[in-house]
Design a protein around this ligand. Sequence first.
Ligand SMILES: Nc1ncnc2c1ncn2[C@@H]1O[C@H](COP(=O)(O)OP(=O)(O)OP(=O)(O)O)[C@@H](O)[C@H]1O
Length: 258
Amino acid sequence: MSTITVENVWAEFGDQIVIENLDFEVKSGAFLSVVGPSGCGKSTFLRMVLGQDRPSRGRLLLDGKPLPDEPDADRGVVFQRYSVFPHLTVLGNVVLAYELGQSRFLGKLFGAAKRRAKERAEELIVAVGLGAHRDKHPSALSGGMQQRLAIAQALAKDPKVLLLDEPFGALDPGTRAQMHALIKPLWEQAGMTVIMVTHDLKEAFNLGTRVVAFDKVRHDPQAPGRYGARVTYDLDLTREGAVPVLGFARPIPLMAAQ
Ligand SMILES: Nc1ncnc2c1ncn2[C@@H]1O[C@H](COP(=O)(O)OP(=O)(O)OP(=O)(O)O)[C@@H](O)[C@H]1O
């Protein structure tokens, strides 16, 4: 199980409100796509779920328990540009990620556990299509291959929740399509809950079981930071004839919202 509850969550930086009052639940095993205009707080939301940022108000729960305030093995993440370790091979990078997931403080495994780490890393490298490249260093990999490596690293921790922040944004359309074909079965097999931030609506709908749009519904021209983004659309794509739960097609002008 890996249900995420977003309970009255706000993100405020000084007097700038970025996110106001997000309140929804992401079912265990869902693939949630988060879309919205630039600067509306999508990455901030993802960082809060990851534990890199804290909500200024509200709570985030995983299976009913508060998510720890710092990243842990329950949560894997892939960013648009992932900083893999340049001095380690493909295999070395995935083994290290596995070791860090298993032995957080030492970051090292020994004996049978080390052998298991290597076996698991090799399975993952094959699963993401890098079997022929396991001894290469990241500098010898294309952008798409580096993202495959980043995905293998994230999966090595066997996370309950996988967070994807524009993971395919820097890839050409062909490689992007290959990555879509790769991520879907990996998600289905692992039974993880996925939250993916993307600017690409087609990608959001192709991969997601649910699409949520963030946007500001109130604007104060005198104080741009006064209002934050909320959920303006929430589409469950597993339902037949899915319809928006909330129907704000466009941001509501300040006067109309009052
Ligand atoms: N630590 C921080 N301190 C101050 N402001 C921050 C911080 N983190 C995020 N912000 C602000 O929050 C706002 C939303 O940023 P965020 O990156 O979450 O948006 P986004 O929707 O992911 O944008 P994009 O689609 O362009 O990546 C921005 O105005 C940003 O400056």
